[in-house]
Design a protein around this ligand. Structure first.
Ligand code: CP
Ligand code: NVA
Length: 298
């Protein structure tokens, strides 16, 4: 098999994303009869906390007949400074795939360059592509094809916002982004997706007529020191009932979770009828399984 990594949605491209989502929906309906990953091992390297990513990959590997290994810097030589290139060469000689959640996207790319097995991005400071597979699946299940639809991104121009930018370009939906000044997305990523993305003046302008409204925490992992400043800077960017009233009546609300009710989203929106966050979280499991099968089997 050709070695393929999943560091970014671009690694799958549009056809690959649609294929993985369709397989994920099929796996959700009907598990495979014979465990397709029997005897296979996934190493999971976590430099940051996780609930959904860890549990979905670990449970997913079990359900496919394989095994997942949880590795943290505290328990491995990574935390004591073993070079990433050495770690990649060693681990990839022992397992069938590696999932990494780390701070620096550049470090992930260095690991992948030295890995002899597929490497999956479980979130970096730049991108969170696995989450997008689940979000896109969730939209498809509730509303059909996302092509031509309008999505509003409200809040921080962070790893999730960047991933939405790439998804908009690849799958052909329009992305309206509203962030406080100084918290916009990476200009290079924005530029490559500019055919499908616009920066709005404020949150209502982004939400106006949207089919889907998405937000994320105001202080991502690694930004905690700025939390108080961010709470003040993001005050006009909460997704609440008033903001949702700008979107279509049947607009969906998504959030990758974990969420902070009363900060980036009000309780009545995240716990309300337009919210699909629990389907979105569950779909991490199905999408992860479909992704693993796509990378590891013919
Ligand atoms: N959405 C997401 O990636 O959640 P975790 O940080 O819990 O893995
Ligand atoms: N933007 C958030 C996503 C968490 C799943 C973070 O990076 O912490």
């Amino acid at each position: 098999m050709t070695l393929r990594h999943f560091l970014s949605l671009d690694d799958l491209d549009a056809d690959g994303i649609r294929r993985v989502i369709d397989n994920s929906i099929a796996l959700k309906r009907k598990p495979p009869k014979h465990p397709p990953l029997a005897g296979r091992t996934l190493a999971m390297l976590f430099e940051k906390a996780s609930t959904r990513t860890r549990v979905s990959f670990e449970a997913g590997m079990t359900q496919l007949g394989g095994h997942a290994l949880f590795l943290s810097p505290q328990d491995t030589q990574i935390g004591r400074g073993e070079p990433v290139e050495d770690t990649a060469r060693v681990i990839s000689r022992m397992v069938d795939a590696v999932m990494i959640r780390n701070h620096s996207h550049e470090t992930l790319e260095r690991f992948a360059a030295y890995s002899s097995v597929p490497v999956i991005n479980g979130l970096t400071d730049r991108l969170h592509p696995c989450q997008l597979l689940a979000d896109l699946q969730t939209f498809q299940e509730h509303r059909g094809d996302i092509a031509g639809k309008t999505v509003a991104w409200i809040g921080d121009g962070n790893n999730m916002c960047h991933s939405y930018l790439l998804a908009a370009r690849l799958l052909g939906f329009d992305l309206r982004i509203a962030t406080p000044e100084g918290y916009g997305p990476n200009p290079q990523i924005l530029k490559t997706c500019s055919e499908r993305a616009v920066i709005c003046d404020d949150a209502p302008q982004a939400a106006d007529g949207a089919d889907l409204v998405v937000t994320d925490v105001w202080a991502s992992m690694g930004d905690e020191d700025d939390r108080e400043v961010r709470l003040a800077d993001f005050a006009n960017f909460q997704v609440n009932k008033a903001l949702m009233s700008w979107a279509k009546d049947d607009a969906l609300f998504m959030h990758c979770l974990p969420a902070h009710r009363g900060e980036e989203v009000s309780a009545e929106v995240i716990d309300g009828p337009n919210s699909v966050v629990w389907d979105e979280a569950e779909n991490r499991l199905h999408a992860q399984k479909a992704l693993l099968l796509d990378l590891l089997t013919d």
